[in-house]
Ligand binder design. Structure first.
Ligand code: NAD
Length: 452
């Protein structure tokens, strides 16, 4: 498989892809090693993961450089992602033991009832390229601590990062066959779907997620899908500090080039503050530096997939032909890049307000009431996050309670915490990661009825 730098188009390296035979061999070895790994104490597994976390920190420069080279993410943001992954691992090493130990839930009249948490076995983790460290650790760290073996397919756009993760896990003490990388594109992922595995944990697009669900549902093994979003934000008319919230919203829309599952993809603003908000918002976005992702001042590097420029361009053309105003951007200044783009006078008949853009492009729509905002925010097939900016907590709560999303934000956005479950509804997915619920997801709870 040939790996290219999306920012320069330069060839980086050739990496050998897996085959049906090599995957089958890996799965065979992992089956045996998983039992040995599960037989170790949880303290041992946690110590190994702590060592992995230290290795992430001590190798941060190299890891960030490789990530930037293969996905075009500004190197500062690549480093922040790795630091974020270290923080998530801290949560898991501090909490997994508590949530995976046997629980006595009832004891009386000579009967004891207990729950134990047993590993699923050999789990498959098919991952995305946009935050390969973060979305990766959400799955493979709790899976490993719970005693599972992991077959890990990094995205074809983050293969080098996948190899780095594999190397450091082995260096930390994870046995060779307990974490097995599988290298390749969708066709290689397809081989995993046809293999005998004990659970499927996927992060990626709705289209692929749906296909995976169709392919593996007959196996009756746990399936988890963390998919895309079209996340809305509403700015109510009681907001006084428009200047500072417009900066935070601009960041939520454009960080990582808008290539975040929970990036702000739609903005609704009360008509009484619309013009002021747009003016302030544009001031922030105009300050974002676009360019070489290796330069310290760069905020927007190249897109990870240069061909995605065509889709973003089509959303701009679709909106313009229906009367939208291009306040800034709307073009690709050079191969693989897309200028930060802000559109106003948009509506829900336009693709930009309905379909995931996954790029540095945002529509701002005027609304006349909270009711209209609620209706528009819910006019979507997705259900990942929704956010309200208001100086009145009760007003925000009333709106957020009506959102059919896995996550809601009051006066913030584009935020993930390891203490909270991360989940999507409808086209945004199935199941969850993170929090104590996300730890137990990699286990079979077993019910014990014991008569003493
Ligand atoms: P994608 O669906 O194109 O690819 C994801 C993974 O699936 C890759 O590893 C790919 O090789 C593999 N794959 C593709 N076809 C396959 C097949 N037929 N069988 C098995 N595997 C296959 O998604 P992407 O472009 O890597 O990621 C972007 C998407 O991921 C966006 O929609 C984004 O919103 C979403 N995402 C969601 C979350 C979340 O937590 N909800 C997090 C990150 C990204």
């Amino acid at each position: 498989m040939k790996i290219f730098n999306p920012a320069t188009g330069q060839f980086i390296k050739d990496i050998e892809e897996d085959t049906i035979e090599s995957i089958s061999e890996k799965i065979g070895y992992s089956r045996i090693s998983q039992e040995e790994w599960a037989a170790k104490t949880i303290d041992h597994r946690i110590e190994v993961i702590k060592t992995f976390s230290k290795l992430l920190k001590s190798n941060i420069e190299l890891l960030a450089n490789d990530l930037t080279s293969e996905v075009g993410k500004p190197v500062q943001q690549a480093e922040s992602e790795i630091k974020g992954a270290v923080q998530r691992i801290k949560f898991f090493v501090e909490h997994c033991k508590q949530y995976l130990q046997n629980e006595t839930v009832f004891e009386a009249h000579g009967v004891r009832e207990m729950i134990s948490y047993e590993p699923l076995g050999l789990v498959c983790n098919i991952s995305a390229w946009n935050y390969p460290f973060l979305v990766g650790v959400n799955v493979f760290i709790p899976a490993l601590i719970a005693g599972n073996a992991v077959i890990y397919k990094a995205s074809e756009f983050a293969t080098i990062t996948g190899q780095n993760i594999h190397r450091l896990l082995l260096e930390a003490g994870v046995p060779k066959n307990v974490f097995q990388p599988v290298i390749g594109k969708g066709d290689i992922g397809e081989v995993l779907l046809k293999s005998e595995l004990d659970g499927y944990f996927f992060t990626g697009s709705h289209k692929t997620g749906l296909h995976i669900s169709e392919m593996v549902s007959h196996k009756l093994v746990p399936l988890q899908l963390e998919l895309g979003g079209k996340d809305p934000v509403y700015i109510a008319d009681d907001i006084k500090d428009i200047k500072s919230i417009s900066g935070s919203i601009a960041d939520g829309a454009f960080y990582n080039n808008g290539q975040s599952c929970c990036a702000i993809e739609r903005i609704y603003v009360h008509e009484s503050i619309h013009d002021k908000f747009v003016t302030e918002f544009l001031k922030h976005v105009k300050k974002f530096k676009v360019g070489d992702p290796f330069l310290e001042e760069t905020y927007l590097g190249s897109l990870a997939r240069p061909q995605h420029v065509d889709f973003l361009q089509s959303q701009v053309i679709n909106a313009k032909t229906q009367g939208a105003t291009v306040e800034m951007g709307g073009k690709s200044p050079q191969r693989g890049y897309f200028s930060p783009t802000v559109l106003t006078n948009v509506s829900h008949s336009m693709s930009i307000m309905k379909f995931e853009s996954f790029g540095p492009i945002i529509g701002i729509q005027k609304v006349s009431s909270d009711e209209e905002a609620i209706h528009l925010m819910q006019d979507t097939d997705y259900g990942l996050t929704a956010s309200v900016f208001s100086d009145n907590e009760a007003r925000a709560n009333t709106i957020l309670k009506q959102m059919k999303t896995g996550t809601v934000y009051w006066n913030c956005s584009d935020r993930v915490s390891p203490y909270l479950p991360w989940s999507g509804r409808n086209n945004s997915g199935l199941g969850l990661t993170l929090s104590h619920l996300g730890i137990r997801n990699f286990t079979h709870p077993k019910a014990w009825h014991m008569k003493m």
